[in-house]
Structures are given as structure tokens and as C-alpha cells.
Design a binder for this molecule. Structure first.
Ligand code: FES
Length: 168
């Protein structure tokens, strides 16, 4: 009940003309406020949940054969695409039984990186970005993130790309 007496019209309760009454919040109004606020928060949380579910990343891309073992010599490279035809990658044979592969897209402004056998680095010609061959980390230049690494797996006489690992 509001502080108005029982004979006062309802509109005076809802639209009070007295300052003291304006500040008065009935239990019903307070409960309504709490219920509506909780409902709004619930709907917000639900929206975030639905949105994250809709934009979730697909699971690991399927394995794809990218080269035959021994197809390239130590110090040579092979270009391939993984996981889609638009995702260009570079594979380097760094030792007799060691292969590494990375996305060819520079993490600065997406120019294609290439392997320099002379310096044993992955280099980006656009702004002189340099990446380490052994793990793709930034060595110099404007890039701040490592090259995404393509995970390779040896299956018989074939090398398969089996996933992508992005590091900070
Ligand atoms: S795009 Fe590679 S360093 Fe800028």
C-alpha cells in the first residue's frame, strides 16, 4: 500500500504530486523492478550463449596429405594449401627426418612469407618481418604474433597436415 489514504484516486498513487510520495517505492514496485531486471539479465545471458554457440569454431580440420616423405631435399620447401584452397602454407624440410610447416600468411598484414635458405629464416618482403623456422616465432620486424603452425604427422610414406596451432 502507498501512504495515500484509501479514498484517494488510483492515479495519485501512480503519479504522485507530493515530493515525499514520489520517493516512496512500494513493495510491489520494487518486486516488479527486481523481476524485470532479472529477466533482462537472463535474456542477455541467453543471447550471449546463443551467439557464442552460433559463432563457435569448427572442430579440427580433417587430415590432408601434403607430401611424400623424401619428396623434397633438406633445405627445400613445398607450398600447399590447408585446410582450404585459400589457406596457403609453406613446408620446409629442416633435417633428414624433420619437416615444419606454417601458414604462409604474415601475421602483420598478410603478405606471403618465403623461406630464405641463406639466413635460415622465414621472411616477409613487405615490411621486413622475420620468423624462426623451428617454431614460427617473430624474430624481427613489425609482426607481433608467431606464424600459425601446421601440425604434420607421418603416416607411412606420406606427410599429413592434421591441424593448426596458433600461438600468441
Ligand atoms: S606484412 Fe609481413 S611484415 Fe608487414
Amino acid at each position: 500500500m502507498s501512504p495515500q489514504d484509501a479514498s484517494s484516486p488510483l492515479w495519485k498513487d501512480e503519479f504522485s504530486v507530493h515530493t515525499a510520495d514520489e520517493r516512496y517505492v512500494s513493495r510491489r514496485q520494487f518486486t516488479k523492478f527486481l523481476v524485470l531486471t532479472s529477466l533482462a539479465m537472463f535474456v542477455g545471458q541467453l543471447w550471449i550463449l546463443v551467439k557464442s554457440w552460433l559463432t563457435r569454431k569448427p572442430s579440427a580440420p580433417p587430415a590432408q596429405s601434403v607430401a611424400r616423405m623424401g619428396e623434397i631435399q633438406v633445405g627445400e620447401v613445398k607450398l600447399f594449401s590447408y585446410p582450404t584452397a585459400l589457406d596457403h602454407c609453406i613446408m620446409i624440410r629442416t633435417a633428414a627426418d624433420t619437416y615444419v610447416a606454417y601458414s604462409q600468411k604474415c601475421t602483420h598484414l598478410s603478405c606471403a612469407v618465403y623461406y630464405s635458405q641463406k639466413s635460415n629464416k622465414l621472411e616477409c618482403p613487405c615490411h621486413k618481418g622475420f620468423f624462426a623456422v623451428d617454431d614460427g616465432r617473430v624474430l624481427a620486424g613489425p609482426p607481433t604474433r608467431s606464424l600459425p603452425r601446421i601440425l604434420l604427422e607421418n603416416r607411412g610414406d606420406q606427410l599429413f597436415a592434421v591441424g593448426i596451432r596458433e600461438e600468441g
